[in-house]
Design a binder for this molecule. Structure first.
Ligand code: ADP
Ligand code: MG
Ligand code: ZN
Length: 501
């Protein structure tokens, strides 16, 4: 497709074609050490300070499997309703890449540790069962930085820097079966699946699964087939999509792109693609290798993994409350409707609210701030609420100040704005910006007297029992105090002064 071709509309695309999706999600495990050596996995160390002969692929070095990583893989498999292999092996996936010094990635191929499961996700009040093909263990690659070019890509760069600290960090790759029949809900189902998987991984405690840090990333496969055709079309694979919103946008764009190409009589090439956050498009990457290009073979340096059934059952007993069950429980605790709960889930705000309540806030107040001011702000920044530079403890403090009458809502919003702008904790922002509610009754009283003197008509109506114009008087007082009065208290004082109750 050339850039001059007009993209077919989403609706038109779905009028002719059925989308088929496949989602491959990589999760970086939060183990202390790497998959096959004892090197630290702590993020942010000096480049190449967390390496050894094994993860550098030096001749003669021998790998040893990380037991905790296997345990995490089994727990993930069980949580995804998978079978756990009685016996499986690692395999070498051979390809040359400078950030992978062994020249092969130790992965699993036709013998994954977990296979044939499912994950239920809820979309528009309906449950979708997404089939899980397999979950397998592998290792991460290093990180390359290309210096000197305009694009940050290797092309045009003067030189490249390699950091092998990430090389060998345990990864679990979770691959869905083809997702068929989703129709126009496909992008939403893809997003809901990744969100549910993320919540499950977090609940298992095996990874923080923070997409913005690359701890969880999704490759989104998509193909189209004409309505009524059984055979799948050719797929594209959009790599390393790293936010929930991007998963949805990437699938949507690919549906439109495929439909445009196919309807013009063109063919879709099986290739990887890159997603661009700025304009929501994808561009071609490399033409996809076939499995035989990787010359997979069983890893001769590692013993097979043969988890006993006793161990598997022990691990099954450690599974946490399912995210869907937890959501139902929280919904009851907070006394909110299905619709309200769904809004919290969509906003990615559930954990933030749980933590804000744990820090002492009422659930109503916590919901109000995270769904209102903070969701709006996150939306503007194009991030999840959890990624905002404000903590649940800080939000709980704002709620406490409101509850104590020291801030009204308008001032509280300014405090939140200050925290988000990096001005410090809520108390520091209140102090610096001078945002306390005017509760000095003397100052309030003077502002109220002025308002009463200036609005004789309103006063007469109020005295005769028509309380409508009270709002105008409150407005005048709020204006005089630059919004820093407690409106409810002002109302009480006005009525008191006018002798109306
Ligand atoms: P690869 O390693 O080549 O990416 P995988 O088998 O790991 O292949 O993953 C392919 C993913 O795409 C799986 O989720 C699979 O269900 C899905 N898939 C396979 N064929 C198609 C197709 N024609 N259209 C859409 N998705 C597909
Ligand atoms: Mg794959
Ligand atoms: Zn190492």
């Amino acid at each position: 497709m050339t850039s001059t071709t007009e993209l077919m509309s989403y609706e038109e695309a779905l009028a002719s074609y059925d989308p088929v999706m496949g989602l491959e999600v990589h999760v970086e495990l939060g183990t202390n050490t790497k998959m096959f050596c004892g090197c630290s996995t702590v993020f942010g160390g000096e480049p190449n300070s967390q390496v050894c002969p094994t993860c550098l692929g030096l001749p003669g070095a021998l790998p040893v499997v990380n037991r905790t990583a296997v345990e995490s893989a089994i727990r993930i498999g069980l949580a995804l309703n998978c079978e756990i292999a009685e016996w499986c092996r690692f395999a070498r996936k051979n390809y040359f890449y400078p950030d992978m010094p062994k020249n092969f990635q130790t992965s699993q191929y036709d013998e994954p540790i977990a296979f044939d499961g499912y994950l239920d996700v809820e979309v528009q009040g309906k449950t979708w069962r997404v089939g899980i093909e397999r979950a397998h263990m592998e290792e991460d690659t290093g990180k390359s930085t290309h210096v000197g070019g305009a694009t940050g890509r290797i092309h045009g760069a003067d030189y490249s820097l390699l950091d092998y600290n990430r090389c060998g960090i345990p990864l679990i790759e979770i691959v869905t079966k083809p997702i068929e029949g989703a129709g126009d809900l496909a992008p939403e189902i893809a997003k809901a699946y990744v969100a549910e998987l993320r919540d499950l991984i977090k609940a298992l405690g095996v990874s923080e699964a923070r997409m913005e840090l690359g701890q969880m990333r999704c490759d989104a496969n998509l193909s189209l087939r004409p309505h009524g055709r059984e055979k799948f079309g050719t797929r594209s694979e959009t790599k390393n999509v790293n936010s929930l919103r991007s998963v949805e946008r990437a699938i949507r764009f690919e549906i439109q792109r495929h439909a445009t190409v196919l309807s013009e009589g063109g063919t879709i090439v099986q290739e990887t693609r890159h997603f661009h956050e700025d304009d929501g498009t994808t561009t071609a990457g490399r033409v996809k290798e076939e499995a035989e290009d990787y010359r997979y073979f069983p890893e001769p340096d590692l013993v097979p993994v043969a988890p006993t059934r006793e161990w598997v059952e022990e691990l099954r007993a450690t599974l946490p409350e399912k995210p869907s069950v937890r959501r139902k429980r929280l919904q009851t605790e907070w006394g909110i409707s299905d619709f309200d709960m769904q809004s919290l889930v969509n906003a990615g705000a559930v954990d933030a609210i749980v933590e804000t309540v744990a820090a002492g806030a009422d659930s109503d107040a916590a919901r109000k701030w995270w769904l209102g001011e903070l969701a709006r702000n996150a939306n503007e920044r194009g991030v999840e609420v959890g990624a905002l530079p404000i903590t649940p403890v800080q939000v709980a403090r704002v709620a406490a100040l409101v509850k104590a009458g020291e801030l009204n809502d308008k001032l509280a919003r300014q405090v939140i704005e200050g925290v988000l702008a990096g001005e410090g904790d809520p108390d520091a922002v209140v102090e610096k910006r001078g945002l306390k509610v005017v509760s000095d009754e003397g100052a309030l009283g003077a502002a109220i007297d002025d308002a009463i003197a200036a609005q004789a008509d309103a006063v007469a109506k109020i005295k005769s029992g028509n309380l409508g114009p009270v709002g105008a008087l409150i407005g005048a007082v709020m204006k005089a105090t630059r919004g820093q009065a407690d409106a409810a208290r002002v109302r009480e004082l006005i009525l008191e002064k006018l002798g109306v109750s």
